[in-house]
Design a protein around this ligand. Structure first.
Ligand code: GLU
Ligand code: MG
Length: 451
């Protein structure tokens, strides 16, 4: 234990003692938005704040199966460290784990304390710094969907959908949730201080949606990152599996990560509102919207980050398929809800629930900023039901195409940084290579009996 912790650390230690906390779980997001973490006994917290915690940099290059992908700066340099610095201002006691508090951390290069290219939190910070140059502060309101599953040895992957019954679209209560999973999850997320507002049974059976209150973009990303981790952790406590995978089942739709977006001006007014402008949307809003449309193929690489993500897209899904926008039109990729004044905003429906919140926000805000800089105007809004390929371009339909679009979008990659983009492309292209080498159950069913 550090002999003389600084006063700020001492104050936190005193509060933790009052709360009966003896372990601090230090967490930070990796490239795929999963929480990497270490449990630190409170007696050693001051030392962790003084020296940082050492993690192998390859934590950013590790696949969901635990293999290390060769990404520059990792394996090739002999698996060096990064230093993880707890941010004690983010401490929050975990309601379901007595004696434990969560704490977000920042990741730095041990050599010179600089930002690490793969760090999602810093990627978003970097984009937000560019907004400050324009006197704008982006605001985000996330909505996430997920499937809840329970163990079933007879199911193909060992899991079946919880409370599997059709037609419980947008309901609440025991019909679609006999054990009150949603109620207990909502209350625990509230007690965790994540500022969630409401939830319901979603369109598909076993699927739920929970909404987070809008806030500044970094705070919204932090809360969404913790939210996804908390929902998965709580489901494990129920003996279940909560998955934010984009499309886990063939016979049901996918899970979206819809983002409501606006910007505050220096005087705290909503910079997207202008009653005298076309559609009641200010030039700032229209340019930002046009930027998202223009950079959508590249943005898909971040908003739809897995091979599975592209199986969610399609006509008649409530998920997008075409690069379009509409006024209160849910069949479009970008929906402008009817509210104006302080509530003027657009909803990006592109992202799926598997997206890393920091990367989705960083990419979207970067695309919006490029639209602002270019003074672009959006094409005419979609009228009526969408999904008409004669009216708008189709989104990339595979992860490989989206990654190629990201690589080709030099304006976007410049804003996001070449270091980040190179690491992300190398990591994700490895995922595609591994998938192509893998024999799937579809192939066996399709071919084995007939060929
Ligand atoms: N599940 C749909 C999606 O994947 C969205 C359904 C809704 O509009 O809430 O985006
Ligand atoms: Mg929904």
């Amino acid at each position: 234990m550090s002999a003389h912790p600084p006063p700020a650390v001492r104050e936190h230690l005193a509060r933790l003692a009052e709360q009966g906390i003896d372990v601090v779980r230090v967490v930070y997001p990796d490239l795929i938005g999963t929480d990497r973490a270490r449990d630190v006994l409170v007696d050693h917290l001051a030392a962790a704040c003084e020296h940082g915690l050492a993690f192998c940099r390859a934590v950013y290059h590790t696949t969901p199966q635990g293999d290390v992908v060769p990404v520059e700066g990792g394996l090739d340099r002999g698996l060096p460290d990064v230093t993880v610095w707890p941010d004690l201002s983010t401490l929050r006691p975990l309601p379901w784990e007595p004696g434990v508090a969560w704490c977000l951390a920042d990741v730095r290069d041990p050599a010179d304390g600089s930002r690490v290219a793969e760090s999602p939190r810093d990627l978003l910070r970097g984009v937000l710094e560019r907004y400050a140059e324009h006197g704008l502060r982006p605001v985000a309101g996330p909505e996430l969907e997920y499937f809840l599953c329970e163990p079933d040895p007879a199911a193909p992957n060992g899991w079946r959908r919880y409370a599997d019954a059709p037609g419980l679209v947008y309901t609440a209560g025991r019909r679609g949730d006999p054990d009150g999973h949603l109620l207990s999850t909502l209350r625990r997320l509230r007690d965790l201080g994540l500022d969630v507002s409401m939830g319901n049974h979603e369109f598909s059976s076993g699927q739920f949606e929970i909404n987070l209150v809008h806030s500044g973009a970094l705070d919204a990303a932090d809360r969404t990152f913790l939210f996804k981790s908390a929902v998965k952790e709580l489901a494990r406590g129920e003996g279940r599996l909560a998955t934010f995978m984009a499309k886990p089942f063939n016979d049901e739709g996918g899970s979206g990560f819809h983002l409501h977006l606006s910007c505050l001006a220096d005087d705290d007014s909503n910079a997207f509102d202008d009653p005298s402008a076309p559609y009641g949307l200010s030039a700032t809003a229209r340019h930002a919207l046009a930027g998202v449309l223009a950079h959508a193929p590249a943005l898909a690489a971040l908003a739809n980050p897995t091979i599975n993500s592209y199986k969610r897209f399609g006509p008649d899904t409530l998920a997008p398929w075409l690069i379009d926008w509409g006024l209160d039109n849910r069949s479009a990729m970008l929906r402008v809800p009817p509210e104006r004044g302080p509530g003027a905003r657009f909803e990006l429906r592109l992202g799926d629930a598997s997206a890393n919140p920091y990367l989705l926000l960083a990419g979207t805000l970067a695309a919006m900023l490029l639209g602002l800089r270019a003074g672009q105007e959006p094409s005419a809004p979609l009228e009526g039901y969408g999904y008409d390929t004669s009216r708008a371009a189709v989104l990339p339909m595979t992860l490989a195409d989206a990654l190629d679009a990201l690589e080709a979008d030099s304006e976007l990659t410049e804003l996001l940084g070449k270091g980040f983009t190179a690491s992300y492309l190398a990591y994700k292209r490895n995922e595609i290579e591994r998938f192509h080498r893998h024999v799937t159950d579809w192939e066996f069913v399709e071919y084995a009996h007939h060929l």
